[in-house]
Design a protein around this ligand. Structure first.
Ligand SMILES: [Zn+2]
Length: 453
């Protein structure tokens, strides 16, 4: 396959105003300036009027939340969680399947080729929720890093969630090990990699965090959790553990190059130093942080000090229809509002959305830039439309504005989106299944006597 006459923003290496990308199998074999060579039998994609970037990498999500959007609209994180835990307790595998299919389709349509998902509510007797979302990802055709989440610290042990949504420590570890054995594929071209992910300091015990880390390291998989999202969490950690969140994670053995944290909004200078020194990554989720009034993460300072930052849309219950491409703009605007116009340039925003995300997932050798040898995960953005073509710099058109139309999305050279339409699943059916999942969850919650507002 050859994409020709295209503007290439490879993220690593020189930007090319007019050039080509040659793909063999699922890999990129050449990225160069000038006219494309004649390759007998190759599929040729006309990239004129388009910007090619690496596929975007989403490093924080809760796909099931597609089914609980628009609730607790004016709540803080803790108020929002307390309102939603009982609703989530009613979910089943059908809800997760419909929600994940819609959420992943939405991501693909916004240029995302790899997504993680942090699923941490597993009500008993509700079917195999992890299998449901892995199946959805397989159908949509993007790479998937499901993080087997967990909560074992309910209200009766000083945690935030009600006891009905927590699991026993031994059950969590057994189910997590089982998920890794069943689904984790460490290969270069892997479509599924499992992550170990107790939910947060205020819903997972120190014992769970420590044992989960030992399990992940024994199995060679990565670790993920929420850290320092709001000031309420700071207070909770200080009161219960005598430490702020990052210091608490340090004590539990949860800093390292195999760990990335969601949010990391409220960091001290010393926290940033620890993240940078240990190679611990973060997933910046600006729309969700804005929606919940959590604050603005110190992204540009983290980047300056060498800490890795990727992007995440976060669950749709706290960011509704946020698109991953839109998060580049949101990140750029937040940083500039806080630190001034030089805080985050457009190309740096694109870099965190691609290579930064790949680093969070431990896949910087395979994903995140357009270079020979890497997987052919490529987004082609149409920037010659009647409105977008008024901006001469295509990367500016992509990052500063609302995302331009997606001409093509390739995952390992396979077309997942063409001219703004999903090719792998019916877009209409996926969207409707997401809406049906929402109605189903509302009905299941009401059957349990839970008000949904
Ligand atoms: Zn989250």
């Amino acid at each position: 396959m050859v994409i020709h006459d295209v503007h290439v923003a490879p993220v690593v290496g020189q930007e090319i105003e007019s050039g080509y990308i040659r793909i063999e199998g699922d890999r990129i074999v050449a990225v160069a300036a000038g006219p494309a060579p004649d390759v007998p039998g190759a599929v040729r994609i006309d990239g004129s009027g388009c910007l090619a970037t690496p596929g975007l990498v989403n490093t924080h999500h809760h796909l099931y939340q597609w089914a609980s959007q628009g609730l607790a609209q004016d709540a803080t994180l803790f108020e929002w969680l307390v309102a939603l835990y009982p609703v989530w307790a009613a979910m089943d595998a059908d809800v997760v399947k419909g929600a994940a299919g819609a959420g992943l389709s939405w991501l693909a349509l916004s240029g995302c080729t790899t997504s993680s998902d942090h699923h941490y509510v597993f009500p008993k007797g509700r079917g195999d929720l992890l299998a449901a979302e892995i199946e959805a990802a397989h159908e949509v055709g993007i790479r998937f890093h499901p993080a087997r989440g967990s909560m074992d610290r309910g209200k009766s042990s000083g945690g935030l969630p009600p006891d009905e949504v927590i699991e026993e420590l031994d059950d969590i570890l057994a189910a997590t090990a089982e998920a890794i054995d069943a689904y984790h594929d460490p290969s270069f071209s892997s479509m599924v990699r499992v992550v170990v992910a107790p939910c947060s300091p205020f819903s997972a015990s120190g014992e769970l965090m420590t044992q989960a880390a030992a399990l992940a390291r024994a199995k060679g998989v990565r670790l993920h959790t929420h850290v320092a999202e709001t000031l309420d969490e700071d207070e909770h950690c200080l009161a219960q553990f005598g430490l702020r969140p990052v210091d608490y994670m340090d004590k539990l053995g949860w800093l390292g190059p195999d760990v990335w944290f969601a949010h990391a909004v409220h960091l001290s200078d010393s926290d940033i130093g620890k993240l940078a020194a240990t190679g611990t990554g973060t997933a910046h989720c600006p729309s969700s942080n804005g929606r919940l009034g959590a604050g603005i993460a110190r992204v540009s300072e983290m980047l300056r000090r060498g800490a890795n930052v990727g992007l995440g849309v976060d669950g749709s219950a706290s960011s509704e229809l946020t698109s991953l491409a839109g998060e580049m703009r949101q990140a750029l605007l937040f940083q500039r509002a806080r630190y001034g116009p030089k805080a985050l340039p457009a190309r740096r925003a694109l870099e965190i959305a691609t290579l930064g995300g790949a680093r969070n997932l431990g896949r910087e050798n395979e994903l995140g830039s357009l270079e020979p040898g890497k997987l052919a995960d490529i987004a082609l953005w149409r920037i010659d439309g009647p409105f977008t073509s008024a901006v001469a710099d295509p990367v500016c058109a992509l990052v500063f504005g609302p995302p331009p139309p997606l001409a093509r999305l390739l995952v390992g050279g396979r077309s997942v989106v063409e001219d703004g339409e999903l090719k792998t699943v019916s877009q209409d059916t996926a969207g409707r299944a997401g809406a049906e999942a929402s109605r189903r969850l509302t009905r299941l919650a009401r059957e349990r006597g839970v008000g949904v507002v």
